[in-house]
Design a protein around this ligand. Structure first.
Ligand code: AHN
Ligand code: ZN
Length: 339
């Protein structure tokens, strides 16, 4: 059955309104178009309430570890913290080890943390974020800060924090689909501008590149994927990012329309903007999973956010309302996937 976009939106809106105030039984919208086709649309499933205090606490727990730079104690502690917590929420957890080489010719054992909920379910959704912190604040204007590790709070910890809160909710109420949460390592060790090392292609997103080439289960597939990156900044705006539109247009529409339906159109802007190299690009190029990036962009500041790759990327800029807008939107999407 093929529906025009307008009609699909209308039906979604009707189902949404009916579900908001009516009984939770299937409703026949009885749409008739010339012939006698009637469309039976299931009411919207009301997802659990995403708790922004809880998400904030998950972000702070990572911030308190210190920068999760590859090779550091904080990095190991973060891997253990995520896998222990995700197991406690009922997921099957795999810590994938992959050897990768960064632009500075160092070798690392990348650790992608993969949590599968209802692993036997064939219908699946991928949710992802990166947990590593950039080893240098190369965008900082203070010379002494440029060589320091980045706090990586909005850039890294925010996405992980939102996904941990979603995991906690999945334990309380299962969506109809299986969910895989992947926390990618070594996203943020990309070659800085002006680096004296030979130019390296694809120097960002090494953990997601490894996972995309070596999925944790042979033939792994998900119906679609959502990447969260820098989703905690105060007053953040999320545009429809170009690579997401190119590879996953219908998922972009689903996410942005869902956000609008539940009142978050001040965060989710209905306009395309930019084309970013981020973990979703490699998932899209190297797997068949159409994946979108919810990534903040600040047009006023012409950057991702004010403290991107700066020493100021701390808890001070994290706003519970932004975490809520993103977390509740993603939950609304995953609890309403059919099959
Ligand atoms: C670049 O900065 C090239 N891409 C954005 C990916 C990124 C970095 N996300 C977080 N940090
Ligand atoms: Zn970064």
């Amino acid at each position: 059955m093929k529906l025009s976009l307008n009609k699909a939106l209308l039906i979604t809106a009707c189902a949404f309104l009916i579900a908001s105030c009516g009984p939770s039984e299937p409703v026949d919208n009885g749409t008739t178009t010339g012939s006698t086709t009637s469309v039976v649309e299931k009411p919207r499933v009301v997802p659990p309430d995403f708790n922004s205090d809880s998400a904030y606490a998950y972000v702070k727990a990572q911030a308190d570890l210190g920068p999760r730079v590859p090779g550091s104690k904080a990095h190991t502690n973060c891997v253990n913290w995520m896998s222990d917590k995700l197991k406690s929420y009922g997921a099957e957890v795999v810590v994938q080890n992959g050897i990768v080489t960064t632009f500075d010719q160092k070798k690392w054992s990348a650790k992608n943390v993969i949590a599968s909920f209802n692993p036997e379910n064939k219908s699946r959704v991928l949710l992802c974020a990166h947990f590593d912190s950039r080893p240098f604040c190369d965008h900082d204007s203070v010379p002494a800060n440029k060589s320091k590790a980045c706090p990586g709070v909005n850039d890294g910890a925010s996405g992980v924090g939102v996904l941990m809160e979603i995991a906690r909710n999945i334990k309380a109420k299962n969506p109809k689909v299986g969910i895989d949460i992947v926390m990618f390592d070594l996203e943020d060790y990309g070659q800085p501008e002006g680096s004296s090392f030979p130019p390296m292609n694809d120097s960002w997103c090494l953990g997601s590149q490894y996972w995309s080439k070596n999925p944790h289960k042979p033939g792994y597939f998900a119906n679609f994927g959502i990447l969260l990156d820098m989703v905690g900044g105060k007053g953040a705006t999320f545009y429809k990012e170009g690579n997401s539109i190119f590879f996953a247009a219908s998922t972009v529409e689903k996410v942005w329309n869902t956000a609008a339906n539940i009142g978050y159109s001040n965060y989710f802007i209905q306009e395309p903007y930019g084309e970013f190299t981020d973990d979703h690009l490699y998932v899209n190029k190297l797997t068949n999973i159409p994946t979108v990036d919810i990534i903040s962009y600040d047009k006023e500041d012409s950057g991702f956010f004010k403290y991107h790759h700066k020493a100021g990327d701390t808890m001070d800029n994290i706003d519970r309302s932004t975490l809520k807008a993103v977390g509740q939107t993603v939950m609304e999407v995953i609890y309403n996937v059919e099959k």
